[in-house]
Design a protein around this ligand. Structure first.
Ligand code: GRG
Length: 296
């Protein structure tokens, strides 16, 4: 298959739907809406919604019915980036090749833009489920997975541990704790919820969870490596910031070579988990290989 064309088609679909769900607005909330749209529509790979749609396809579902859920994943991801860039967290000036949200709109508006996107994500899921007549129990299960993945037991918990461990020498277990939650949990949920909404069997869901877990950790290890040795122009953000901030990273703890080996073995694990799927899982397979080699 042509992965580049596949990613481009899905990205365009998601891009258009995001603009529709969070439209430009006139009125008292204009600036807030502008701040939300500024980061949401600033580009980005859209890998989480694409993984979700690919997972729906792999399980024989209809991706067009899950576009709202896919966009919700991207809204949550974008909120996390806006908050992560704030002066109280990583204090970054550049994201997706543009000045960060707080640099343009100020800290208060950036905080609220993140809050707005997080809340809108769950509104969009509920609205699309009602209007599309989706199976209620499947939607509830998917919401449970998503909320658990991004709450204190997942992404927000991982971010807290990341910040609390800044400047400390962490062990391998702590590093895995941070990475699987901060980044891995939302990626795992993006994949798993696709299977849930498509009505996949228990065996398929178990394997989607294994795939998502391995891929989520692989994604963050690649992110660590790119922070160490990537091209800032290609990445659209600063590099070598992790070391300067005393962040817990794979290359920091294990070195670049061992991190690359771990990345490769995680991608192998992810691909292996897809063994029970038919040819419909080809995009998921290709995306796993792409994650290991991505340059941005
Ligand atoms: C609740 C106050 C508060 C803050 C939450 C949870 C959180 C802050 C931040 C999440 C942590 C985070 C930003 C992890 C990094 C994940 C990561 C690898 C981001 C980059 O994702 P890509 O490469 O980026 O998919 P694009 O721009 O392509 O979408």
């Amino acid at each position: 298959m042509n992965l580049k064309a596949y990613l481009e088609t899905k990205r365009t679909l998601v891009e258009r739907a995001l603009g529709h769900y969070i439209p430009a607005q006139n009125g008292p909330s204009t600036l807030l809406q502008e701040a939300m749209r500024y980061s949401l529509l600033a580009g980005g790979k859209r890998i989480r919604p694409i993984l979700h749609l690919a997972s729906v396809e792999a399980c024989g579902g209809k991706p067009e019915t899950c576009l709202g859920f896919a966009c919700a994943l991207e809204m949550i991801h974008t909120y996390s980036l806006i908050h992560d860039d704030l002066p109280a967290m990583d204090n970054d000036q550049l994201r997706r090749g543009k000045p960060t949200n707080h640099v343009v709109f100020g800290e208060a508006m950036a905080l609220l833009a993140g809050d707005g996107l997080l809340t809108e994500a769950f509104r969009v899921i509920a609205q699309e489920a009602l209007e599309g007549g989706m199976e209620p129990l499947r939607v509830l299960r998917a919401i449970l997975e998503l909320a658990a993945a991004v709450g204190p037991q997942g992404m927000v918990g991982g971010q807290a541990a990341d910040i609390l461990n800044e400047g400390k020498v962490v062990d391998a277990d702590t590093l895995a704790f941070i990475h699987t939650r901060k980044t891995g949990a939302l990626i795992r949920a993006s994949v798993l919820t696709g299977g849930i909404l498509a009505g996949a069997s228990g065996e398929l869901l178990e394997n989607l969870a294994k795939y998502g877990e391995a891929l989520g950790l692989a994604f963050q290890i690649r992110d660590d490596l790119l922070n160490e040795e990537g091209d800032p122009a290609r990445l659209g953000k600063a590099v070598k910031t992790d070391q300067a901030r005393g962040k817990a990273t794979y290359p920091g703890l294990f070195g670049v070579e061992q991190s690359r080996d771990r990345l490769k073995s995680l991608v192998d694990q992810a691909v292996e988990a897809l063994g029970v799927f038919g040819p419909g899982a080809e995009p998921l397979r290709e995306i796993a290989l792409y994650v290991a080699s991505r340059d941005h």
